[in-house]
Ligand binder design. Structure first.
Ligand code: VTB
Length: 336
């Protein structure tokens, strides 16, 4: 019998508790998704985000964990809830790190455009990179490639060529996913120069990174470019579970940002983090669709039930579960 099969029987306390908590995480992201989906398309990003934050915090505090938010809505003074350093859970369980993005893609939700999700990760205490809310330069590919085939410090051209070679295709058969931002003008041109295609997204680079793990389905081979650091850590957590490669480097281009990062334990401001350094320990990541997207269906509001779709990843076993839920009580009492 494998160690994993034994886990439920032999005493490996942390692991067993985490296993049980997998479903608890689903409850948390489901409720955040339902709460923000009620504000889909209303043009109010703040209200949609707040609804997700409130619901996520309420559900988190019901969990049998002693959690500390390491990736949150912001630092204490700028975020009243789910701020970095906030303790969550009922304190009657394992010490864990919590990373949240209660509504990833607030603009997408406010405009009812595809791809907004409610996301969180839970990991062994002290194992998630406590990243300040700055930008991060990221690169990610799916599983099945030799280690180091792409690298954050290589040029976009080199990366596309090396990836194409490893995949056994021409560079023109590679597609890169990049956030549509003026800061990426040169990057996009460099990728296109190789013959590769570029798919641009307006928001949502956690899902963007995850897309690289299923190129047959998404058509995406590589994620490149600069997005938010908190999203980078959450994406690294998911990729740790599914397999693949990811690197990230915080962009600490001012004294103030370097000082903030240092306060969170970042000793080398130029460090290139591998995904195993961004999410070092056992981690569970859950995401529920808010609006429809390629990764997840959005929340459906019916007369008698609300439907949600959630994906939950667990690094200890590499299990990926998709959970389709029908919430009758939430519909009946119009709850978030
Ligand atoms: C990305 C994107 C997010 O922030 O991380 C982006 O994936 C980066 O910031 O959905 P800018 O918008 O400033 O470029 C989001 O758009 C929102 O958190």
């Amino acid at each position: 019998m494998s160690a994993q099969n034994n886990a439920a029987i032999t005493v490996e306390p942390g692991k067993v508790i985490e296993r049980i908590l997998t479903l608890e995480l689903v409850r948390v992201t489901e409720r955040a998704a339902v709460a923000s989906a009620r504000l889909r398309g209303k043009g109010n990003e703040k209200a949609a985000d707040q609804a997700a934050v409130d619901a996520m915090r309420r559900e988190l505090n019901r969990l049998p964990i002693d959690g500390t938010v390491v990736i949150g809505e912001g630092e204490r003074d700028e975020a009243p809830m789910l701020f970095i350093g906030e303790r969550v859970g009922n304190r009657q369980g394992p010490k864990v790190d919590i990373a949240v993005d209660p509504l990833e893609g607030t603009t997408l939700c406010a405009k009812d455009m595809p791809g907004s999700i409610a996301v969180m990760a839970m990991a062994e205490a002290g194992t998630l990179l406590a990243a300040p809310d700055v930008y991060m330069n990221k690169i990610a590919i799916g599983p099945g490639y030799p280690i180091g085939v792409v690298d954050l410090d290589a040029s976009p051209e080199e990366n596309i060529h090396n990836l194409a070679k490893a995949k056994g295709v021409k560079p023109s058969e590679i597609t890169a996913l990049i956030l549509d931002r003026p800061r990426h003008t040169e990057l996009i041109a460099a990728v296109r120069k190789t013959g590769a295609g570029v798919r641009l997204i307006t928001d949502g680079d956690i899902a963007g990174v995850i897309f690289t793990t299923m190129p047959e389905k998404t058509g995406i081979d590589i994620y490149l470019g600069i997005g938010a650091a908190p999203e980078g850590v959450l994406a690294a957590g998911a990729l740790r579970c599914i397999g693949g490669q990811m690197q990230g480097r915080l962009i600490l281009d001012t004294e103030e940002k370097r000082a903030r990062a240092a306060g969170m334990g970042v000793t080398d401001p130029n460090k290139k983090y591998d995904m195993t350094e961004m999410a070092r320990g056992d981690v569970i990541v859950a995401a529920t669709g808010v609006t429809d997207g390629a990764l997840l269906k959005g929340v459906r509001f019916g007369k008698d039930m609300i439907e949600t779709e959630t994906v939950v990843y667990r690094s200890a076993t590499g299990t990926v579960r998709r959970i389709q839920a029908e919430h009758r009580e939430l519909a009946k009492f119009h709850l978030d």
